[in-house]
Ligand binder design. Structure first.
Ligand code: DOR
Ligand code: ZN
Length: 428
């Protein structure tokens, strides 16, 4: 195993220290540490615990033309992640112990980040029968997060049963909150703009109605509930209310919902078609405020690679989804740190500590401290660059940030003391 001396890094953006990494753990932290080991000059770089994503679509098995566990792992490591939850809407769906173990094994073989499979809640994401939740939890993949993401568990009786089972497994249902009867044919946020553009609207109430129902169900069952990609001001209010009642609810927001609005639909460029849709500037402000005050626990990417033939088509025909892993931290720095809404320590909380806790991941989201696993990311906070979609590690090109200048750059990522990214390059 590698021994590395990281010189002059600033944990959580605070005072510079030297960090000795040995045998996969942080062996010492101090000023003027000396070692015969290889030295990394990290002067000026911010040191954080490795990021943890609760919501990544890796597309394997089934759509390896758009992403694989390996290419998605590269994108994740370049984004500063050391663990990602791989969503279950693959083909076949990850609704059995066999499929989740396959994804878990592919992640282990890639070896760049810990790939943690999410198990489907219902068989085939069909919303009719519960999948074998216990078998997935007991498998080598140790599934704790269950989600039909892409689809909502719409039947309230089934959702109640799912909460009861996941409670017994110390797991959590991650709900894609979308009342399907209110979003038939929906293309973008419902409002003045959808009317003017002639695109069917996806109303805020379709998300909020499910969240209201589910926090009440979670309270009734005494189970944990996680709300995926919260996108409206009303949803933030509902979650704030539920938390004040003591409901065990957690929530995530995506980088794109923190930065972009429904104005992106003006040019009918389907890169900006996503589910839930980009909302209004007022919603964006409420999401930022909710993330800042902790109502929203985590940033999760909803990294959703799609082939050109599914994106570079007419808006109504295009699939929803956008890339996120490689730019997530930059977007959070631009929207939350540079605006004074979050400190670096809070960035670590929202992008590493809390997502690891929600996913019940041991060894991730740990403090930068002696004896802890060396899952770490080093970030240049002063860097700025224009996103070049051709330079992405993802197999797909549907980045909503193409051509945009974003702050901060992930320089190095360490997984259990080994560099998965060195100076912005994947180490394989
Ligand atoms: O935009 C989205 N894309 N939202 C989802 O819920 C699913 C995802 C996908 O799988 O492409
Ligand atoms: Zn979703």
């Amino acid at each position: 195993m590698t021994t590395l001396l990281i010189r002059g890094a600033r944990p959580y953006g605070e005072d510079a220290v030297d960090v000795l990494v040995k045998d996969g753990v942080v062996a010492a932290i101090g000023t003027d540490l000396s070692s015969t080991a290889e030295t990394i000059d990290a002067t000026g770089l911010v040191l954080l615990p490795g990021l943890v994503d609760l919501h990544t679509h890796l597309r394997e098995p089934g759509r390896e033309d758009t992403e694989t566990v390996l290419t998605g792992s590269r994108a994740a490591a370049l984004g500063g992640y050391t663990a990602v939850h791989a969503m279950a809407n693959t083909d076949p769906v990850a609704d059995t112990a066999g499929v989740v173990e396959q994804v878990w094994r592919l992640g282990r073989d890639a070896g760049l980040v810990d790939v943690v499979p999410v198990g489907a809640v219902t068989v085939g994401l069909a919303g009719e029968r519960l999948a074998e939740l216990g078998a997935m939890a007991d498998s080598a993949a140790r599934v704790r997060v269950f989600s039909d993401d892409g689809k909502c568990v719409a039947d309230p009786a089934l959702m109640r049963r799912a909460l009861e089972y996941t409670k017994a497994l110390d797991g959590v249902v991650a709900q894609h909150a979308e009342e399907p009867r209110l979003t038939v044919g929906a293309q973008m946020h419902e409002g003045d703009r959808s009317a003017r553009l002639g695109l069917t609207g996806w109303p805020a109430v379709a998300e909020e109605a499910i969240i209201a129902r589910d926090v009440l169900l979670a309270e009734h069952v005494g189970a944990r509930l996680h709300v995926c990609h919260v996108s409206t001001a009303g949803s933030v209010e509902l979650i704030r209310w539920a938390k004040s009642r003591g409901v065990q609810v957690t929530a995530e927001v995506t980088p794109h919902h923190l930065l972009l609005t429904d104005a992106c639909a003006e040019g009918y460029d389907a890169t900006f078609k996503v589910n839930p849709p980009l909302r209004t500037a007022e919603d964006v402000a409420a999401l930022r405020a909710g993330l800042a005050d902790g109502t929203i626990d985590a940033v999760a990417t909803d990294h959703a690679p799609h082939a050109a033939e599914d994106k570079e088509v007419e808006w109504a025909q295009a699939r929803p989804g956008m890339l996120g892993l490689e730019q997530a931290l930059s977007v959070v720095v631009g929207t939350m740190v540079e605006t004074g809404l979050l400190t670096w320590r809070e960035v670590a909380d929202r992008m590493s500590v809390r997502p690891a806790a929600i996913g019940r991941l041991a060894g991730h989201g740990r403090p930068v401290a002696v004896g802890e696993p060396a899952n770490l990311v080093l970030v240049d906070p002063g860097a700025r660059s224009v996103v070049d979609p051709a330079a992405l590690a993802s197999k797909s090109r549907n980045s909503p940030y193409a051509g945009r200048e974003l702050p901060a750059r992930v320089v190095h990522t360490l997984l259990r003391g080994e560099l998965s990214v060195r100076d912005g390059k994947v180490q394989e």
